[in-house]
Structure formats: C-alpha cells, structure tokens
Design a protein around this ligand. Structure first.
Ligand code: VJV
Ligand code: CA
Ligand code: ZN
Length: 406
C-alpha cells in the first residue's frame, strides 16, 4: 500500500519506548527528547514499522547496569530526582563522592559529575531515572535479539550514550548502554567492532575496552581548538596517536580519526570508507556496533561538520554490506528536524526501503516541524543554515589514512 516491504533474506528489529520522550534535561539544554518524538513520527508515518519487528522496551535492571558501572553510582542513579538529590548527597555513602566547593563556581557539582544547576552538561531532572534505565533497556533488548540470532540488525535510536564512565556521568551521558551491550556480545561473539560517527569522540567506550583486544573501537570526530578562546572541542581526547593503552594487550585496538571543522561529503566518504574498510579487513569482527550520532550533520547546533544526510546514511550502508550482526544506535544530534530525517532515512536503509524525498506532510502529526519555508521539506538535503568553513585539506586526510594504516 505505502510501498514499504520487509527486507529479503534478513530481519530487522526496532526497540523503543515512547516514555523516553517525557523527560526534559532543562529548558535550554541542547539535548531534546523531542528529536526522538519526531523520529518516531517519521518512521511510523512512512510505514517503516511494517518492515521490522517492533519491541516496546522495558527498563534495564540495576544488576544489568552494574555489569559495567560502579554499584554506588548505579544506586544513586536509580533513586535520584530533583526532589531527592540534596538528601542523597548528604548520605555518607554518597557524600564521599562530592567534589570540594570553590568560591566562584557557576555550577554546583554534586557527586558523579551530576548537578541540579540549569547550565550543567549532566543535570538532575524529573523522570531522569526512568529515562536512563529505559534507553539502556532498549539497547540490551536489541543486543539480546542479536546474540540469540533472532534478528540480523537491531535498532535503538534512544541509545548510543558514549561518554558515560564507570562511576561518573559525562557529556549528557549517564549510563553507557554501548559498553553494557558490547560486554553482553563478548559472551557470544569472538570479536566486536565499535564504530562511532557522532561528531564527538567516543571516549567512554574506548576507555572501557582499552585493555580488551577482542573489542576494536573506531571513532570519527571533530578534534582541536574550536574558537579563538583555544578551548578544545569536547571531550578533548581522541588524537590520531591514541591507539589504545600502551604496553597492554589492548594496544592497537583503538583507532581515532580526528577531523578539523567543515569536512564535506566527499572528504568524509573518503575517510570513512578507507579507514573502516581497513579496520574490518584487519580485525575481522564477528559483530558490529554502530553509533550514529547525528550531530555530525551540517547545520547541527553543536556540531561543526558539513555532511548531508545522504552521506551520513552511506556510512550505515557501508557497514551493513559486511552482513555481520549489526546493532544501530543513536547518540548526539541537536537540530531535531534533521536528526529525525537522518534516523528515519537510516531505518529505511537498514530495511532496504527507498523513501520518496519530499516528506509527505500529511503523514506526520506535527508537519510544521518539516514544512518550515526556510528548511524545506526534503528528506535528504535540508538546506543547512550556517555552514562551517572547510578546514580539511585533501592531502592531510590522505596522510591520516596512511598513518592509521600502520
Ligand atoms: O564542552 C563541554 C564542557 C563544558 C563545561 C560545562 N559547560 C556547560 C559547557 C562547557 C566544557 N561540554 C559539551 C558536552 C557535549 C556532549 C555531547 C554528547 C554527545 O553528542 O557526544 C552524545 C550524546 C557541551 N557542548 C555544548 C554544551 N556542552 C552545552 C551544554 C549546556 C548548554 C549549552 C551547551 C547545558 C545546559 C544548558 N546549555 C542550559
Ligand atoms: Ca565519534
Ligand atoms: Zn556528540
């Protein structure tokens, strides 16, 4: 009817729970649940749910989260809310994690890099526990479908929170669902390749597996000072010379592709296919986890690249062509209408469907999000406002590929 078909010869499963949309990091915080609502509207509006097995996610259990995270941190996350924060901080068990206060701090930091101040990267907000354990539950259910061979590609757009550390939140990420997933996969698959196209360095995942030769991590990210103030682009790690923990068996099992601002489609395609191709050839993975952060798109509120949705999607297609068990996750993405376009398009690619480029506005509950005159209603080439100066020289990119290859 709508032309959507199930893929031939393989299965795709989709994991989601709309309750993740209820939470708010704060009024002007860049991380918006609305992008997941819009993504759902497009996926359902186009009828892509007919092409997949869809699962309503249930919350992960504390014991599952403890497989990577510190037990005190997990207990804190399970109980925290703006109402309970002060009392929890006062408990001796958690007070020891609170940093000493400084005179001119603008942000009041509590334990585990959490804060109730509005300007914090990792605020404590209403419904936060529910949100965290739900996106984690969705990733773990997706992983279970893959490890039990009930599906070939599993998708969770609410996951992919790559900065969270063992005992600390970081960069909008609280529970590292990616690390938990890979730990599960290692019980079934000899080698797991992690690929991260979010504009930020996947530091939390790299760090977790820095001594693990059965996991190769590969991140593409903006790297270097980002303005006249000389501040580094977050999180400031992921140099090309960072290839894993020196002197351990994990050395050489991390790859980093640090990229200057303004990279275009052609240059990104060259880098991605050259480096990913070589990594797959050399590492011979048994399964792949792909973090599809959409903040690497042009026009992103926080990102600094100029790539289009079509090229972002070609990264997914390239990885899919390996035909290995594949977990597709979300991540960053701060211009909501473009995040939804990209992730809907990538859901179509995963299921071998081609969507009409003009978004049929009658299919979505909130068409005004996609019919803005300035933005147009195309799926793949929304005109991006405010493109970045391209600081990438072809010769430098070629030099990088050679350097990574050794
Ligand atoms: O650059 C930083 C760290 C600071 C200290 C904290 N202040 C708030 C910002 C500067 C050095 N953090 C980054 C974190 C980016 C996380 C990306 C996550 C992902 O996409 O990789 C995966 C989901 C950063 N960049 C921009 C902001 N923070 C930012 C935070 C806000 C904000 C505006 C910008 C927090 C609250 C509010 N506005 C109200
Ligand atoms: Ca990245
Ligand atoms: Zn990001």
């Amino acid at each position: 009817e709508n032309g959507i078909t199930r893929p031939k010869g393989y299965k795709v499963s989709f994991h989601y729970n709309s309750r993740v949309e209820d939470m708010h990091f704060g009024k002007t915080h860049p991380m918006k649940p609305w992008r997941l609502t819009l993504t759902k509207h497009l996926v359902l509006g186009y009828g892509l749910h007919y092409a997949m097995d869809t699962y309503e996610a249930v919350a992960a259990g504390k014991d599952q989260v403890r497989a990577f995270h510190d037990p005190d941190y997990v207990d804190f996350l399970a109980q925290v809310s703006p109402q309970t924060f002060a009392d929890l901080c006062a408990m001796p068990r958690f007070a020891k994690y609170c940093p000493p206060k400084h005179e001119n701090d603008t942000i009041d930091l509590g334990p585990f890099n959490l804060s109730t101040s509005a300007g914090a990267d990792c605020p404590v907000f209403d419904g936060m526990s529910t949100y965290l354990f739900l996106y984690t539950g969705a990733t773990l259910a997706a992983t279970h479908q893959l490890t039990t061979q009930q599906t070939d590609i599993a998708v969770n757009w609410s996951g992919g929170l790559h900065h969270a550390h063992r005992g600390e939140a970081s960069g909008f990420c609280y529970i590292n669902d990616i690390v938990l997933s890979i730990l599960d996969m290692l019980r079934y698959f000899p080698r797991v390749l992690y690929i991260d196209i979010d504009v930020h360095h996947g530091d939390g995942v790299e760090e977790a597996f820095q001594r693990q030769p059965r996991v190769m991590t590969l991140s593409y990210h903006r790297y270097g000072p980002y303005d006249e103030t000389g501040h580094k682009f977050f999180p400031g790690t992921g140099d090309i010379t960072d290839t894993g923990l020196k002197g351990t068996v994990g050395e050489h099992f991390a790859l980093n592709v640090p990229i200057p601002s303004g990279i275009d489609d052609r240059q990104y395609k060259f880098l991605f296919e050259a480096v990913t191709g070589r990594a797959i050839e050399a590492f011979n993975p048994s399964a792949i986890v792909l973090q599809c952060g959409a903040d690497s798109l042009g026009g992103d509120r926080l990102g600094q690249f100029n790539i289009n949705i079509k090229q972002h999607g070609e990264c997914v297609s390239f990885v899919k062509r390996t035909r290995l068990p594949l977990l597709i996750l979300g991540g960053g993405g701060y211009t909501a209408r473009n995040v939804a376009r990209a992730w809907c398009h990538e859901t179509a690619l995963a299921t071998d469907n081609v969507l009409p480029d003009a978004i049929p506005l009658d299919i979505v509950p909130r068409p005004e999000a996609f019919q803005n005159r300035a933005h147009g209603n195309g799926l793949l080439y929304p005109p991006f406002q405010r493109l970045h100066n391209n600081e990438c020289k072809d010769a430098d990119l070629e030099g990088m590929v050679k350097k990574i290859d050794t």
